[in-house]
Design a protein around this ligand. Structure first.
Ligand code: XIL
Length: 362
């Protein structure tokens, strides 16, 4: 049950924006680097999730985003809490800034996410009958997908609707979904319909974590997709978040990729990072060359599996969950001295970056 703390912490700290790490590991910093880049090596889009404040104020961050990536996802700025802070208020400022940055630099924007069980508290306090709840979901999806129509390429329409055992999250506590509880289990299909109506050209994804090594969850997602196909509900892609650790078994990643790819939908590794603390508190964790090589190998394996097992026409791309170790949500929510990303705090390439390049070249 190593995923439990991750989820609980995500719920608890949803409102936080990336903060400063309290402990600084010391990965090697190279002063010169080659012209090889992630986006120049990959035959599919390479993305990073971004924070609008860092993008606006930190040139080293911006430079690294631009040099290595041709796709971006807002890490938080397109979620309910940011875009829709109270029932009648929408605030697109931060998200629009990210879209403008992408447009100026000819990058793809992937939207994350229209509907999630983690949301602002005003939703839990919302009062109304089932029609009012339906209207709340519909209005949000129509307003947000409509606002970004033609500007975002794709949406994670629904995020994390299933539990690890493959059942639908349905209920009122933090780990459950108020949407299923208020709207019934078919809310997912209606969310996809509303999104497609608001932006008919957007590529629509179902996004979740932990399919790797979890046949029950993968099976639930595959049967959702098959059901949608039968009923003509628009769905075009599956996102595997791919928040993994050194202990993640690559065979499990490969099985999930094969089963999800068999649906024929596009496949996105949507939030890749490889944490070093196995989703546990581990204050004794330090950077070491030996561990960094293991991390490099894990990045290589995942990227290589994606490249080999997903047919080119279904490769939507790979997105890392933020850019440098200092920006990672793992530091913020789980372990302050973790170093889960391909770039260090100063945005220098780590062995993990070389692992991605190796995987992309295979
Ligand atoms: C995380 C962000 O990275 C954090 O900054 C925020 O405090 C909580 O959410 N699955 C998802 C992402 O789909 O939206 C989550 O992002 C990480 C887990």
């Amino acid at each position: 049950m190593k995923k439990l703390p991750l989820l609980v912490l995500t719920s608890l700290f949803l409102a936080c924006k990336p903060g400063q790490p309290t402990v600084t590991p010391t990965p090697p910093v190279s002063t010169t680097e080659s012209d090889v880049t992630l986006k120049g090596t990959a035959p599919f889009p390479m993305g990073a999730s971004v924070d609008p404040g860092l993008l606006a104020n930190k040139s080293a961050y911006r430079d690294r985003v631009l040099k290595e990536h041709n796709s971006i996802t807002a890490e938080n700025a397109m979620k309910w809490g940011w875009l829709h802070p109270s029932e009648k208020v929408f605030d697109f400022k931060d998200a629009d800034g990210i879209v403008t940055f992408a447009q100026q630099n000819k990058m793809r924007v992937h939207g994350h996410t229209l509907l999630w069980h983690n949301g602002p508290t005003w939703i839990s306090n919302f009062y109304g009958d089932s029609l009012a709840w339906e209207n709340l979901m519909k209005t949000h999806i129509e307003t947000v997908a409509g606002h970004f129509k033609g500007k975002v390429a794709s949406w994670d329409v629904v995020n994390e609707a299933f539990r690890d055992n493959g059942t639908l999250r349905n209920g009122f506590d933090t780990d459950n979904s108020i949407w299923a509880a208020k709207l019934g289990p078919d809310y997912i299909a209606r969310a996809f319909r509303y999104a497609a109506a608001a932006d008919p050209n957007a590529v629509l994804f179902y996004n979740d974590y932990g399919q790797e090594g979890n046949p029950a969850k993968t099976a639930a997602i595959v049967s959702l997709v098959n059901d949608f196909k039968k009923r003509g509900i628009p769905i075009h892609g599956i996102g595997l978040q791919m928040h993994i650790s050194l202990s993640t078994n690559i065979a499990g990643v490969e099985t999930a990729l094969k089963e999800l790819t068999a649906t024929g939908l596009k496949i996105h590794l949507s939030e890749l990072d490889v944490n070093m603390s196995n989703f546990q508190k581990n204050p004794a964790l330090r950077y070491s060359d030996a561990l960094a090589q293991q991390q490099r190998e894990k990045y290589r394996q995942v990227v290589s599996a994606y490249k080999k097992l997903v047919p080119a026409a279904q490769q939507f791309g790979i997105t890392n969950w933020n850019v440098g170790d200092g920006d990672s949500w793992i530091r913020q929510l789980i372990q302050p001295n973790d170093w889960p990303l391909p770039f260090d705090e100063g945005y220098a390439r780590k062995p993990a970056w070389f692992g991605m390049i190796d995987g992309l070249k295979e």
